[in-house]
Design a protein around this ligand. Structure first.
Ligand code: KG4
Ligand code: ZN
Length: 354
C-alpha cells in the first residue's frame, strides 16, 4: 500500500444511489474496510428495483452498516477526517438517505463533506487495487444505468467525456435479454454464466453505432437497443415455431456483440489519443467476456488494462471513499452542508458544490 498513506486523511465513504448501502474507510490509497448491505432480494420478485423499497432498506441498513464498518476497521468515528457521499446520479429517495446521513455525520464530527459523482467513483476505486493512476488514461464505465468512455487526466479535476450510451446501458441490455430468456432479475450475471456454455458465433448480432456513417458522428458513443431488438426477434422466431430457444448460444452471441463494441471503441479511442492505459469499471465490468476480450485485445495493442476484482465493480462504499480521498488530495473545497442530491449528476461534475 502507499507509503504516504499513514499521514493521509481518513475518509468515510457512503454509497446509497441504488440498492446497495455501502460504507467504507479509506486512507490515501489504502482501503481499511468496505461493508455492503444489499436490498436486491427485496426487488428480485418485482423484476426491477422498486425505489420506495430501496429507500426504506437504506434507512434500515445505514446504522448497522456504519457500526460494522467502524468496528471491523477498529476505528472510532471521531478519527474520521472527511465524509464523502454519492450525491448523484441515482435514485432520488436512495440518494437522499445517504446524503442526509452524511450531512449529519459531517456536522456532528465537525469535518468537511464531499458530495461526489457515483460514476467517477467506479473509476476511482481502481486506485485502491492497482495503486495511483498514470498521468492520463481512458476509463470505460459500464453499469446498469450508464455506459461512458472518458479521457481522464486527473480523476478529481480533469475528466473529459468522449462518448456515452444513447439508449440502454450495457448492464440494462443484459437485464432485458435475461428477461427475454426467462432468467431471474437482475439478468446480467445469469446471461453471463449461460453465455460461457454457448457458441459466440451462432448468431451474427448487430454492433451498434459501428458503421462508417455512424462512426463519423458517434465514434465513441454506444447503442444497445437495436441489439436487444435483434435478440428479441431471434427468441420470438423460435417461440413462434414452437422450437426450443438455444438460450446459451443466444446469450453467448449477444455477450460477444456487447463486449466487442465496448472493447473496439475503447481501443480506437486509446489509439487515436495516444493513451496507453485503460481502466474499466462499473457493475458490468464483472462480465467475463468483457474481461477476456479486453485482456486479449488491449494486450495485443500494447495498451495496459486495469479492471478491479468483481466485488469492487458493483456498487460499494470503497469507490466513494476512494474518490473522496482523491478530491481531498487535490485540495478541492468541500461541498456546502446544504447541498441537494442530483439524480442526473453529469460526468463533468466530480463534486456537488451547493
Ligand atoms: O454498477 P452497478 O452495480 O449498478 C449501477 O450503478 O447500475 O451495475 C449493475 C449492473 C446490472 O445491470 C447487472 O445486471 C450488471 O451490472 N451486471 C452484469 C454482470 N454483473 C453485473 N452484467 C453482465 N455480466 C455480469 N457478470
Ligand atoms: Zn454503479
Amino acid at each position: 500500500m502507499a507509503p504516504e498513506s499513514d499521514s493521509s486523511p481518513l475518509v468515510l465513504g457512503i454509497e446509497t444511489s441504488c440498492d446497495e448501502t455501502g460504507i467504507a474507510l479509506v486512507r490515501g490509497h489504502e482501503l481499511l474496510v468496505d461493508v455492503t448491505a444489499s436490498s436486491m432480494d427485496d426487488h428480485a420478485r418485482f423484476g426491477g428495483i422498486v425505489p420506495e423499497v430501496a429507500s426504506r432498506a437504506h434507512l434500515e441498513a445505514f446504522g448497522p452498516t456504519l457500526a460494522a464498518a467502524t468496528e471491523r476497521a477498529g476505528v472510532d468515528l471521531v478519527d474520521v477526517d472527511a465524509v464523502a457521499v454519492t450525491a448523484g446520479p441515482g435514485l432520488v429517495g436512495s440518494l437522499t438517505v445517504g446524503v442526509g446521513a452524511a450531512k449529519a455525520l459531517a456536522l456532528a464530527l465537525g469535518v468537511p463533506l464531499y458530495g461526489v459523482n457515483h460514476i467517477l467513483g467506479h473509476v476511482a476505486v481502481d486506485m485502491l487495487v492497482d495503486g495511483p493512476f498514470p498521468e492520463e488514461f481512458l476509463a470505460l464505465v459500464v453499469s446498469g444505468g450508464h455506459s461512458s468512455l472518458l479521457h481522464v487526466r486527473d480523476i478529481a479535476t480533469d475528466v473529459l467525456e468522449l462518448g456515452q450510451t444513447l439508449d440502454d446501458a450495457g448492464g440494462e441490455a443484459f437485464d432485458k435479454v435475461g428477461r427475454l430468456l426467462g432468467l431471474p432479475y437482475p439478468g446480467g450475471p445469469h446471461v453471463d454464466r449461460l453465455a460461457q456454455t454457448g457458441d459466440r458465433e451462432a448468431f451474427a448480432f448487430p454492433r451498434g453505432l459501428s458503421r462508417r456513417k455512424d462512426l463519423a458522428e458517434h465514434a465513441y458513443d454506444f447503442s444497445f437497443s437495436g441489439l436487444k431488438t435483434a435478440v428479441a426477434r431471434v427468441v420470438e422466431g423460435y417461440e413462434d415455431a414452437d422450437e426450443e430457444v438455444p438460450a446459451a448460444d443466444v446469450a453467448a452471441s449477444f455477450s460477444e456483440a456487447v463486449a466487442d463494441v465496448l472493447v473496439t471503441k475503447t481501443l480506437a479511442a486509446a489509439t487515436s489519443r495516444g493513451v496507453d492505459t485503460v481502466v474499466v469499471g462499473g457493475g458490468f465490468s464483472a462480465n467475463s467476456r468483457l474481461r477476456e476480450l479486453a485482456a486479449e485485445r488491449f494486450a495485443a495493442a500494447g495498451v495496459s488494462v486495469r479492471i478491479p476484482p468483481i466485488r469492487y465493480c458493483t456498487d460499494n462504499g470503497a469507490m466513494i471513499a476512494a474518490l473522496g480521498s482523491a478530491v481531498v488530495a487535490a485540495g478541492l473545497p468541500p461541498s456546502d452542508l446544504d447541498i441537494t442530491i442530483d439524480s442526473g449528476m453529469p460526468l463533468t461534475r466530480v463534486l456537488a458544490v451547493a
